[in-house]
Design a protein around this ligand. Structure first.
Ligand SMILES: Cc1cc2nc3c(=O)[nH]c(=O)nc-3n(C[C@H](O)[C@H](O)[C@H](O)COP(=O)(O)OP(=O)(O)OC[C@H]3O[C@@H](n4cnc5c(N)ncnc54)[C@H](O)[C@@H]3O)c2cc1C
Length: 457
């Protein structure tokens, strides 16, 4: 455990939100990240209630000589690790208001909102957001990192549909950025991450979607080599209205897991389609020809997309690793089935391969710092560490599965799926990283902020 070395001499009375100091009752809850594998020890935790309170919190941090780590939920806490010594943890969890303007098809979400908040506000108007696979991931953290969701092949990254961002800069100035107001900052924030200030609210477009066809096809893991080959061959033929995820999942033996798959290892193809059931079915026929043991793909309300992937909705420990694949040849499929298939003795929970392409392939007109994820698949593998040596075992097995796949990876990792520090020029390329660095230098010359992925190495 990191020892607290900084004494907080600053005046905390101007902060209206909750303030937690080490030793206070509830300190452990206040400092806890959603990812329980990350044991973070900040000097102070503050939960501001609005933008003015954020500015007051930043002033306290400056006066106390603390850096500021901003978190909505702590889903992305792993990249920075738990070492928050010398830092104030600013949690936005008390700011969760969401409003929807159905005429303009725009939502405004405060910094602590999670995707479930937005989905619930948008659904009564027949609108959906470009959320990802988990209902409780933070809207702001997800979007600052890009935002890869089920409708991405059709509409692109979530950050490409942001229309305004309200932010408190490290010097306390409150700014509303749009394509025309502070456009450089607006560019940086759309995919460039949390290196520029504390976002207090975001506005972004919603999309009219009445029905989707969605679900999963599942086979025993022994069929993984054949299923993943067939799925890989099918992907380039699917229209951008369909997104699939190929996945090996070792379902834990927990009561909340449906009985047919509880404790079993399966290979899955998850499907989200904007097309009707019949048309989707025709396109999926080559997969159904392989005789899935379970097939839940059916027409339904768009709200099913938020839980289609079955992500956990309460804090859990997880160690993950991601990379973007330019292609997935047979050797790649064999490598991942060796690590996670029928014969593998592994502590890993699974690996997923998210289909890219379509609107995710090229940056749209007016895109931000991240406008696309060029490549064929975004891969992400995860394990749940258990016991004293759990983390060591999971990390070693992750490396064993991901290392061979690197032979087919693109040069650009996707930071939302990166749970270790990544050199920013790798993520953004040399031109964009120079601009991001300049903008961060201009707004945060004293490096007050401590984001999970810093654009200044
Ligand atoms: C179960 C799970 C499912 C996921 N699914 C997807 C998915 O489908 N698609 C996808 O693209 N990603 C996905 N992710 C990755 C996720 O988008 C990132 O981890 C993201 O950073 C989480 O944002 P957060 O606010 O919830 O997390 P946090 O850890 O709270 O925030 C992450 C970082 O964002 C920055 N940040 C957050 N809030 C602010 C703010 N108000 N102002 C300034 N900076 C801020 C900070 O640098 C912070 O360290 C998933 C992650 C998990 C654990």
């Amino acid at each position: 455990m990191t020892t607290t070395t900084v004494s907080i001499s600053a005046d905390l009375t101007h902060i209206r939100g909750a303030v937690h100091q080490p030793g206070d009752p509830g300190w452990d809850d206040a400092r806890r990240a959603w990812n329980l594998a990350v044991d973070q020890h900040p000097e102070l935790v503050v939960e501001p209630v609005d933008a003015g309170d954020v500015a007051a919190t930043l002033r306290v941090a400056r006066d106390a000589g603390l850096r500021v780590a901003v978190q909505g939920t702590g889903h992305g806490a792993a990249a920075r690790g738990g070492d928050l010594a010398g830092a104030l943890l600013l949690r936005t969890s008390a700011m969760r208001g969401v409003t929807v303007d159905p005429q303009r098809r725009v939502a405004r979400a405060e910094a602590g909102s999670v995707w479930l908040d937005v989905a619930q506000a948008a659904a009564p108007h027949g609108l959906v957001a470009l959320h990802g696979s988990a209902p409780d991931v933070g809207v702001v953290g997800y979007t600052l990192g890009g935002g890869l969701g089920w409708l991405g092949r059709r509409y692109g990254l979530a950050c490409s549909h942001v229309t305004a961002i309200e932010i408190v800069l490290p010097d306390g100035r409150r700014v509303r950025t749009t394509a025309t107001d502070e456009p450089r900052l607006f560019w940086a924030l759309r995919g460039g991450g949390g290196s520029f200030g504390v976002v207090t609210a975001m506005e972004f477009s919603l999309f009219a979607v009445d029905r989707v066809t969605a679900g999963a096809l599942m086979w025993p893991v022994e069929q993984a080599p054949a299923v993943l080959r067939r799925w890989r061959d099918l992907c380039p033929q699917l229209p951008t209205d369909i997104t699939t995820i190929g996945r090996i999942l070792r379902f834990p033996p927990l009561d909340e897991v449906p009985a047919p798959v509880r404790g079993r290892a399966m290979v899955l193809v998850e499907v989200a389609s904007l097309l009707g059931e019949e048309e989707t079915g025709t396109l999926l026929a080559p997969l159904r020809d392989l005789g899935p043991e379970l097939d839940t793909v059916a027409a339904g309300d768009p709200s099913v997309l938020l839980r289609l992937h079955g992500d956990p909705e309460t804090p859990v420990p997880g160690i993950g690793a991601g990379l973007v694949l330019a292609e997935l040849p047979d050797d790649g499929i064999d490598a991942l089935t060796r690590g996670l298939g029928a014969d593998a003795d592994t502590a890993l929970l699974g690996i997923e391969l998210r289909q890219l392409g379509g609107a995710l392939a090229t940056p749209p007109e007016g895109a931000g710092a991240l406008g696309a994820i060029p490549g064929a698949f975004a891969a992400y593998a995860i394990g749940v560490p258990q016991g004293a040596l759990g983390a060591v075992r999971v990390s070693g097995e992750l490396d064993a599965v991901m290392r061979p796949l690197r032979a087919w990876s693109t040069a650009r990792p996707y930071l939302n799926f990166a749970e270790a520090p990544v050199r920013p020029e790798e993520a953004f390329g040399p031109t964009a990283v120079g601009a991001l660095w300049e903008i961060a230098d201009a707004v945060d010359p004293g490096r007050l902020l401590r984001p999970n992925h810093d654009v200044r190495w």
